[in-house]
Design a protein around this ligand. Structure first.
Ligand code: AP5
Length: 221
C-alpha cells in the first residue's frame, strides 16, 4: 500500500506527474483542485463557496478542504493506497490527514516535493491547457497534444483554466508559497520528505519520483 503526497508550487507539475505515478503504482490519484472544480461545475453549496476564493488565488479554508478531501480519501478505491495531489496544503490539513489515515491503520509513506524556481513557473501557465472532461494536463510548448485543441486521452476540448490568468497566477504564488514551506517542513521533520528537480523533462521527473518511492521500471529487452 502506498500513500504518497505530491507537493510543489502552483505549476510545478503535480497534475502532470500524478497520473504517471498512478499508472506505475496502480493506485488512484486524488487531486484537491479537481475535486474543487467538480464542485464549482456542479453548482453545489461548496462549489459556490469556493469559486471566488479559487479565482482570487487564495487557499480554500482548512475546514472545507479537510471535509471534502477526507470524504474522498475514505472511498473504497483509495483504501489500498493513493497519490495525493494538492492536499495537504497547510499544517492543519497535514495533521488532519495523519489522524484520518491512522484511524484506518494507514500512514503517509513519502511526501514528494517537486522543486522549480518561481521564474520558470510563471512562463508555464500561459501555455497550459487542460481537458474539459478529465482535467488531463497539456502545454503548448512542453507537452502539446497529438491533435491541436483535443485531449489525447478522452478526445474532449482543451481549455485554459480560469485561474491561469497572469494576475491570479501571481496571487497564487504570493498566497501559497508560505504554507507550502510549512507543509514541506512538517514532512521533513517526520523524515519522509524527498525533493526532486522539477526542471527536468517530464519523464525524468517521473523516474526520480518513482525511484523515491522505491519503484524501478523492469529492464526491457
Ligand atoms: P490546484 O488545481 O491544485 O492548482 P495548483 O496547486 O496551483 O497547481 P496547478 O494545478 O496550477 O499546477 P501543477 O503543479 O499541477 O502543475 P501542472 O502539472 O498542471 O488548485 C487550484 C486552487 O484550488 C488553489 O489555487 C486553491 O485556491 C484551491 N486548493 C486546491 N487544493 C487546496 C488545498 N489543499 N487547500 C486549500 N485550497 C486548495 O503543470 C503546469 C504546466 O507545466 C502544464 O502546462 C504542464 O504541461 C507543464 N509542465 C509540467 N511539468 C513540466 C516539466 N517537467 N517541464 C515543462 N513543462 C512542464
Amino acid at each position: 500500500m502506498t500513500v504518497a503526497i505530491l507537493l510543489g508550487a502552483p505549476g510545478a507539475g503535480k497534475g502532470t506527474q500524478a497520473p504517471l505515478l498512478s499508472a506505475s503504482l496502480g493506485v488512484p490519484v486524488l487531486a484537491s483542485g479537481d475535486l474543487l472544480r467538480s464542485e464549482v461545475a456542479a453548482g453545489s453549496e461548496i462549489g459556490r463557496e469556493v469559486d471566488a476564493i479559487m479565482q482570487s488565488g487564495e487557499l480554500v479554508p482548512d475546514e472545507v478542504m479537510v471535509r471534502l478531501f477526507l470524504a474522498r480519501l475514505g472511498r473504497d478505491d483509495a483504501l489500498g493506497g493513493a497519490i495525493l495531489d494538492g492536499f495537504p496544503r497547510t499544517r492543519p490539513q497535514a495533521e488532519a490527514l495523519d489522524a484520518a489515515l491512522a484511524a484506518s491503520g494507514r500512514h503517509v509513506d513519502k511526501a514528494l516535493l517537486i522543486e522549480v524556481p518561481i521564474e520558470d513557473l510563471i512562463g508555464r501557465f500561459a501555455g497550459r491547457r487542460i481537458c474539459k472532461a478529465g482535467g488531463h494536463v497539456y502545454n503548448d510548448w512542453f507537452k502539446p497534444p497529438k491533435v491541436w485543441g483535443i485531449c489525447d486521452v478522452d478526445g474532449s476540448e482543451l481549455i485554459h483554466r480560469a485561474d491561469d490568468a497572469e494576475a491570479t497566477v501571481r496571487a497564487r504564488m504570493e498566497q501559497q508559497l508560505g504554507p507550502l514551506r510549512d507543509v514541506a517542513d512538517y514532512y521533513r521533520e517526520q523524515g519522509i520528505l524527498v525533493a526532486v528537480n522539477g526542471l527536468q523533462p517530464i519523464e525524468d521527473v517521473a523516474r526520480d519520483l518513482l525511484a523515491a518511492l522505491g519503484w524501478h521500471a523492469a529492464p526491457t529487452g
